[in-house]
Design a protein around this ligand. Structure first.
Ligand code: SAM
Ligand code: SF4
Length: 336
C-alpha cells in the first residue's frame, strides 16, 4: 500500500505549505478593478459547502500545509463562516490561519475571529476619502471599514496589514496619506499592482496600471525605505517589504507581474467551486469537488488527488507575455 507523504512537493523541488481557500464568490462591494457592476454569482449547488471546505482544509494540513488563508469574494459575508473558522482554528499542524477581508464586518467579528485562532488579517483599503472610497468600491462605506480596522487593532491580531490597489488617475494621490494612516496605527501596508484578472469595462487596465517601482519612488522621497530583503515570511511570494527609520510599520509592494518569485512559490489556491488552482497566472486546475461529492469519498482519496495534482504545478506564470490575454477568472473567484 502506498503511504501518503507528510509534505507536498512539486516537480520543481518546491514545497507547498500555504493554501488560499476562497469561501465565497460573493461580496458586499464591487471594487472597480475586481468585479463588474452587474455580477452573476455561482448557483448554490456549485459552491462547496462549509463541511466540504473544512475537509479540504483538513486534507491540506495533514499533507504538511501550515498556513491557510481564507478569502473570497468577501469571506465574512458567507453564512456560517464563523463556525468554519472555529473548526479550522482547531486543526493540528495549522500554524497560521489568516484572512483577507474588505473590513465591512470586522467591527462585529474581529474579537471572535481572534478568539477562534485567526492570527493575522489583511484588510483592503484603497482610499481615505469617503466619496472616492465609494466610487472605487461602488458600495463600500469608509467609516464602517475604518471602524473595522480599528476593531482589528483593538482585538490584538499580529501585524495587521492594509492592502491597497493604486490606479493611475484615481487614487495615486493618496499613496502618502495611506502610508500616514498605517504609521499612525502602527500597522503594515502592501501596495498591490493591478492584475489582469476578470474582464471589466469600468476602466482600461493598461491606462490605470501603476507599477510598484513608481509607488516606491513616491514613498521613498518622503520616507526613506530600507529593504527587508528576503527576511520576511512573505519572501516566498511576490511581495517585497521595506522598513521606515522612524516607525514600526512595514511597507510592501506586491508585483504579481514579476516572474522573479515563481521559483520560490509555496502556494496553491482552491476556488469556491473546489477547483485546485496550481498557479494564479495559469489555468492549470484539478477538480476537488468531484472527489468530495463522489460516492466513494474519503479524506485519503482527497489527499491523494491533491498529492497527484502537485505534479501539474507549472514552473512559472505567463501573465505578462506579449500575447498576454486576460485571464477570464475574476480575482473574487480565485481568492486574492
Ligand atoms: N474581499 C476581500 C478583500 O477585498 O480584501 C478578499 C478578496 S479580494 C479578491 C483580495 C485582494 O485582492 C484585495 O486586496 C483586492 O484589493 C485584491 N484584488 C482584487 N482584484 C484585483 C486585481 N484585479 N488586481 C490586483 N488586486 C486585486
Ligand atoms: Fe469584494 Fe474584495 Fe473584490 Fe472588493 S476586492 S469586490 S471587496 S472581493
Amino acid at each position: 500500500m502506498k503511504i501518503l507523504p507528510t509534505h507536498l512537493t512539486d516537480p520543481f523541488q518546491r514545497t507547498i505549505d500555504y493554501v488560499r481557500l476562497s469561501v465565497t464568490d460573493r461580496c458586499d462591494f464591487r471594487c472597480v478593478y475586481c468585479m463588474a457592476e452587474e455580477m452573476t454569482f455561482l448557483p448554490k449547488p456549485s459552491v462547496l459547502t462549509l463541511e466540504e471546505i473544512y475537509q479540504v482544509g483538513q486534507a491540506f494540513t495533514e499533507l504538511g500545509v501550515s498556513k491557510v488563508r481564507l478569502t473570497g469574494g468577501e469571506p465574512l459575508i458567507r453564512n456560517g463562516i464563523m463556525g468554519l473558522v472555529e473548526r479550522l482554528g482547531r486543526l493540528d499542524g495549522l500554524n497560521e490561519l489568516v484572512l483577507t477581508t474588505n473590513g465591512s464586518q470586522l467591527q462585529r467579528l474581529a474579537p471572535q475571529l481572534r478568539d477562534f485562532g485567526v492570527r493575522r488579517l489583511n484588510i483592503s483599503l484603497d482610499s481615505l476619502q469617503p466619496r472616492k472610497f465609494r466610487q472605487l468600491t461602488r458600495h463600500g462605506n469608509l467609516d464602517q471599514v475604518i471602524a473595522g480596522i480599528d476593531a482589528a487593532i483593538e482585538a490584538g491580531f499580529e501585524r495587521t496589514k492594509i492592502n491597497a490597489v493604486i490606479l493611475k488617475g484615481r487614487n495615486e494621490d493618496e499613496v502618502l496619506d495611506l502610508v500616514e494612516f498605517v504609521r499612525d496605527r502602527h500597522i503594515d501596508i502592501a501596495f498591490i499592482e493591478e492584475m489582469p484578472l476578470g474582464l471589466i469595462d469600468e476602466h482600461d487596465r493598461a491606462l490605470s496600471f501603476m507599477s510598484s517601482d513608481e509607488l516606491r519612488e513616491i514613498i521613498n522621497d518622503r520616507y526613506p525605505l530600507t529593504s527587508l530583503g528576503d527576511a520576511t515570511a512573505e519572501a516566498a511570494g511576490p511581495a517585497h517589504y521595506f522598513t521606515l527609520s522612524d516607525s514600526e510599520s512595514r511597507i510592501g509592494f506586491i508585483s504579481p507581474h514579476s516572474h522573479n518569485f515563481c521559483h520560490l512559490c509555496n502556494r496553491v489556491r482552491v476556488t469556491v467551486e473546489g477547483r485546485l488552482l496550481l498557479c494564479l497566472g495559469n489555468e492549470h486546475s484539478v477538480d476537488l469537488r468531484e472527489v468530495l461529492r463522489s460516492e466513494n469519498y474519503s479524506l485519503d482519496r482527497l489527499k491523494w488527488t491533491i498529492v497527484e495534482a502537485m505534479k501539474r504545478k507549472p514552473e512559472k506564470h505567463y501573465m505578462n507575455d506579449s500575447d498576454g490575454h486576460d485571464i477570464v477568472r475574476f480575482m473574487s473567484m480565485t481568492g486574492g
